[in-house]
Design a binder for this molecule. Structure first.
Ligand SMILES: *[C@@H]1O[C@H](CO)[C@@H](O)[C@H](O)[C@H]1NC(C)=O
Length: 179
């Protein structure tokens, strides 16, 4: 092989890799943009960052991104349940203890129900009702049936993540079902 040709081939390969990475990045951005268009509560930067936290997102299609979002939501749901269980081992004033217990009750109803088989089988309505119900859990926990958010301060940050991740999952499902 002559030298000019190898150089040419090298640049061509680099160019193709670059294009591939570009388009992979774009699917995360495009998807988060579409979700945000349908639901302004979505935090665009959080959406991009959370999906990109999984290296697979770079080669995923829309369905694959939905799977990544679902895994993150399920993981965060398990983690908030375990976190509340730990918190409840500490001393709290009665009002906050009751608030934490309500959060544990509602989140526990949807935790540990693996939705991945249903998602893979394209049972999008089923996965969607589960994700909506997680969002309702969050609302109940965070507002304690009042109009005000942030009623359980130790959980505010984690509750927000649950809302964002549910929004991502529901958003991808809506796009998948509209296709
Ligand atoms: C919760 O979601 C974030 C993405 O926003 C992710 O980085 C983190 O690993 C998730 N936690 C669990 C326990 O899955």
């Amino acid at each position: 092989m002559n030298r000019a040709f190898s150089l040419y081939a090298l640049f061509l390969i680099l160019f193709l890799i670059f294009q591939h990475v570009q388009s992979a990045n774009n699917i995360v951005h495009d998807t988060c943009k579409k979700i945000k268009a349908g639901d302004t509560d979505l935090n665009f930067d959080y959406c991009v960052k959370s999906l990109e936290s999984n290296p697979e997102s770079h080669k995923a299609d829309l369905k694959g991104l939905g799977l990544i979002g679902l895994e993150l939501l399920q993981g965060n749901l398990t983690s908030i349940v375990e976190y509340i269980e730990e918190l409840l081992k500490q001393k709290w004033e009665p009002r906050l203890r009751d608030a934490l217990s309500l959060c544990l009750d509602v989140y526990s109803t949807n935790e540990g129900q693996d939705q991945i088989p249903a998602y893979k089988a394209k049972l999008y309505d089923d996965v969607g009702s589960w994700a909506s119900s997680v969002m309702t859990d969050e609302d109940t926990c965070d507002t304690q049936e009042s109009q005000n958010e942030g009623m359980v301060p130790p959980l505010t940050k984690r509750n927000n993540e649950i809302v964002q991740l549910s929004t991502i999952v529901l958003g991808v499902l809506a796009i998948l079902q509209g296709e």
